[in-house]
Design a protein around this ligand. Structure first.
Ligand SMILES: [Zn+2]
Length: 138
């Protein structure tokens, strides 16, 4: 898969030569693409519509807060020790995001308790992306 894209430091323009286009959609991450005509996020595994590309894709995903020790096993006996090398749930939340249709895990974030979910972690200039693709810029 060639989904790399790079921003040139010299002119601020995005190099689209390595961007993957699938069924008219631009691949943004391993699991997310954008339909530039409809301006919608999509799951790359099942094509589920994940809402407006001008908004946060995470709002359409299923959210699952995990017990940190389920992800990172304790290295030493948790019955004997308070600290086991597993993340301390008083200091770390593990939040997983899944596609609501195919259940592909799209994103994971580690947050301190009380920190809001990072819904706007991927905000793209859709107008610029559309203009560059329409112009055939590569
Ligand atoms: Zn999916």
């Amino acid at each position: 898969m060639s989904g790399k894209k790079a921003m040139s430091a010299e002119n601020g323009k995005m190099d689209l030569s390595g961007v993957t286009i699938e069924d008219g959609k631009v691949a943004i991450t391993e699991y997310l693409s954008i339909d530039l005509d409809k301006e919608t996020w999509h799951c790359r595994r099942c094509d589920q519509n994940l809402g407006s590309a001008r908004g946060p894709y995470k709002e359409a995903l299923v959210v699952y807060e995990r017990e940190p020790s389920e992800i990172h096993d304790p290295v030493i006996d948790p019955e004997k020790y308070a600290f086991t090398y597993a993340p301390d749930p008083d200091w770390c939340r593990i939040i997983e995001y899944y596609c609501p249709q195919c259940a592909t895990q799209v994103e994971v974030e580690y947050l301190p308790p009380g920190h809001p979910l990072t819904l706007n972690d991927l905000v793209l200039d859709i107008d610029s992306l559309k203009a560059r693709h329409a112009g055939g810029e590569a």
